[in-house]
Design a protein around this ligand. Structure first.
Ligand SMILES: N[C@@H](CCC(=O)N[C@@H](CS)C(=O)NCC(=O)O)C(=O)O
Length: 211
């Protein structure tokens, strides 16, 4: 039995884990969870993952891992393939800081349930909701930009965990028509990654459940 990833094509947190699986060259299958149809809150999925989020990774023994940083670190620590985090502890902390900017400071402010709350509960119109989205992206990318290399990847010659977090966030920014000109290192790193097969295979447009 292979690894199985509960995923939604547009979920940037699931996109992170797909990148990690692809970079490590692991075999996995996708179990689609349609977030727009609310399947993440259906009884069948909630029984597996009571938080009602994707991604979740089902291991061959049937156990389930949740939270993309935990899943990716587990993959890196236990599975074969190229390392996603450096060995040196100081270097690891620097990579985790980059991932933290995306996962803790940008994404929670801009994910689906927050946008739905702004629109449906606080009755903000689409333009106001989009300016919220753009504001927090701008703050987050401004923090990321000086931490990124002008060439190569965050840990040197090959992409790893940092790129697994940055690329999906930039893809989301593009979807929301956020101009990346102020963040040239981030934009160029995104382009370098997206020229690579593992990132192409993990991209929302390559997913079996895209619609
Ligand atoms: N901190 C979680 C975030 C997961 C998350 O927010 N997933 C979103 C999709 S990107 C989700 O499942 N949202 C469902 C919803 O908002 O109802 C992680 O990194 O895995």
């Amino acid at each position: 039995m292979t690894l199985a990833l509960y995923s939604y094509f547009r979920s940037s947190a699931a996109f992170r884990v797909r990148i990690a699986l692809e970079l490590k060259g692991l075999e996995y299958r996708i179990i689609p969870v349609n977030l727009l149809a609310g399947e993440q809150r259906g009884a069948a999925y909630m029984e597996r993952n009571p938080q009602g989020f994707v991604p979740a990774l089902e291991l061959p023994d049937g156990s389930l891992l949740t939270q993309s940083p935990a899943i990716i670190e587990w993959l890196d620590a236990t599975q074969p393939g190229p390392r996603l985090l450096p060995v040196d502890e100081l270097a690891r902390a620097r990579i985790r800081a980059i991932c933290g900017i995306v996962a803790c400071d940008i994404h929670p402010l801009n994910n689906l349930r927050v946008l739905q709350y702004l629109e449906h509960e606080l009755t903000l119109d689409k333009d106001t909701r989009n300016s919220w989205y753009h504001h927090w992206l701008g703050e987050g990318f401004a923090a990321l930009e000086p931490l990124l290399p002008e060439q190569g990847y965050c840990t040197g010659e090959a992409p790893g965990m940092a790129e697994a977090f940055i690329v999906p966030q930039v893809a989301n920014a593009q979807r929301f028509r956020f101009a990346m000109e102020r963040f040239p290192r981030t934009a160029a790193l995104f382009e370098r990654c997206m020229a690579l097969e593992p990132f192409m295979r993990a991209h929302p447009e390559s997913q079996p459940d895209r619609n």
